[in-house]
Design a protein around this ligand. Sequence first.
Ligand code: ATP
Length: 220
Amino acid sequence: MQKIGLFGGTFDPVHIGHLAVGRAALRQLGLDLLYFIPAALPPHKAGQLISPFARRVAMLRLAAVEEEPRFVVSEIEGLRPGPSYTVDTLSQFRQSLGPEAEFFFIIGLDAFAEITTWNRYAELLDNASFVVIDRPSHGRQSVAGVVGRCFPDYREETAGVWSGTGSHRIYSLAMEPVPVSSSLIRARLRQGESVEGLVPPKVAAYLRRNLMQEATGTRH
Ligand code: ATP
């Protein structure tokens, strides 16, 4: 059975925190592959300015190539019209890879804490287990607190693993915190500050190139 990680986000831009999450998931869950799945139209960021999908994909590809052969970038959400609902993405993955694949949907605690606002959120666990990454810089919630509030039928079976009546579980994944966010990187770029060390070198070069093109009015 193939173990597949699915890591959704806006990735505007991808940064070393995302990559550290990816590496921790590969190692701790023994994944065969990890898909980074950028949202084309993130429902939670409606009304906010977001870089074009193609640019976010291009940076993810540069990061994946640089980092790890088991990292794959999926454009699945760019091929669907309308908001990018994770529940649809998970069932598409299930349909294309079949019942044999075991899916782990990776999510930061800040996003998991808002899970009840996601479209058809209870159905998410029909196709995948959840893997929640603690993000201490983002509030004081705990994984256990969110599970108790949002998935009251789930019980902690061993430390950091919750199960319910279905076959999928909720895992809490521990990793060294990496205090970086895409917002921080966008803020540094706006102020003309360097983002070296916060994103992989090829992504830093891509951001520099694109900022220069924008400054000189070049369209591509
Ligand atoms: P923004 O600052 O624009 O909100 P972000 O850095 O949170 O962006 P997203 O693309 O929105 O990045 O995040 C995708 C997923 O990665 C989310 O589940 C988020 O919680 C998680 N994540 C992002 N950065 C980190 C980090 N440094 N450590 C752990 N998880 C992270």
